[in-house]
Design a protein around this ligand. Structure first.
Ligand SMILES: C[S@@+](CC[C@H](N)C(=O)[O-])C[C@H]1O[C@@H](n2cnc3c(N)ncnc32)[C@H](O)[C@@H]1O
Length: 270
């Protein structure tokens, strides 16, 4: 992997949605990396941080995948359960996963191998929030998945949440008209925050305006203004990951959201 430049001016501070945990790989993950990274990981030149591409880098999906096909992007793919299963299940679509946690990327490589080495998937160990608009052409993405993003519970950290207006502006640069945005969280308070951010954006339209909230009680506090309707059913294509299992073991509900991208550039006021 290319290292970020060590001299020169310090990069401007950016609010990022992740904490870079260790990037040391266990022996089996290193082995997966050595065998499979060249096939799957897009090792683009890095910019001011090793999670950012150099300013001149662009990706052409036609070149990356060798064909034109609908493109699914997962942001924060973790250990790769979903992207690997989706790529194997759906050979007619291409899949791009952003994940900054390198052990997760290595685990994904191993999983792809076990899923029959699908050719319609690539991994980007980059900060999607600050890279996607630069990397991908306008209108190139037909579906985006954000499953169980880090909740950033403290109010002073809410600005670090991935699901916030800056992400929608970045996605707005790359989404095709009618593209679908699917999200899930196991934290009621983050679910309410997502609803506020997404419902306030005129460019998005709920796919389930009448959808009831998930059935049952949850062990975490539910904000008083939690909308009763507008929730998506559990996305069929979503594989149950360790994050979802832990949430369910702890008695928390999972909140699913789904929106279509309608375009335009007006965000609702208030
Ligand atoms: C709580 S985990 C969930 C992983 C996976 N989606 C799942 O359901 O198992 C959130 C993941 O998002 C990644 N992440 C957070 N912000 C990111 C960003 N801006 N770009 C890429 N990955 C990000 C983190 O490294 C972490 O692995």
């Amino acid at each position: 992997m290319s290292a970020p430049p060590s001299d020169g001016p310090r990069p401007p501070r950016q609010v990022v949605s992740f904490v870079r945990r260790g990037s040391r790989l266990t022996r089996s993950r290193q082995d997966a990396w050595d065998r499979l990274a060249a096939q799957y990981v897009l090792d683009v030149p890095r910019g001011v941080r090793d999670t950012l591409p150099a300013p001149e880098v662009r990706l052409d999906p036609l070149e990356v995948f060798g064909r034109q096909a609908p493109l699914v992007v997962e942001i924060g793919s973790g250990q790769g359960e979903n992207i690997a299963a989706a790529a194997a299940r759906d050979p007619g679509r291409d899949h791009l996963a952003f994940e900054v946690y390198l052990p997760g990327v290595a685990e994904t490589l191993d999983r792809l191998d076990r899923a029959g080495a699908p050719r319609n998937v690539r991994l980007l160990p980059l900060d999607a929030l600050h890279a996607i608009a630069q990397l991908l052409p306008p209108g190139s993405v037909t579906e985006v998945w954000i499953n169980f993003p880090d909740p950033w519970h403290k109010s002073r950290h809410h600005k670090r949440r991935l699901v916030n207006p800056p992400l929608l502006d970045a996605l707005g640069e790359v989404l095709a008209l009618g593209a679908v945005l699917r999200l899930a969280t196991d934290w009621a308070e983050y679910a309410a925050h997502m609803r506020q951010v997404l419902d306030a954006d005129d460019r998005l339209e709920s796919l389930h305006p009448e959808g009831p909230r998930p059935h049952g009680e949850t062990t975490d506090p539910v904000p008083a203004d939690m909308p009763a309707l507008g929730w998506a059913p559990r996305f069929d294509g979503r594989v149950r990951t360790s994050f979802e299992r832990k949430a369910q073991d702890a008695g928390r509900l999972v909140w699913d959201l789904a929106y279509a991208w309608r375009g335009g550039d007006h965000r609702r006021e208030g």
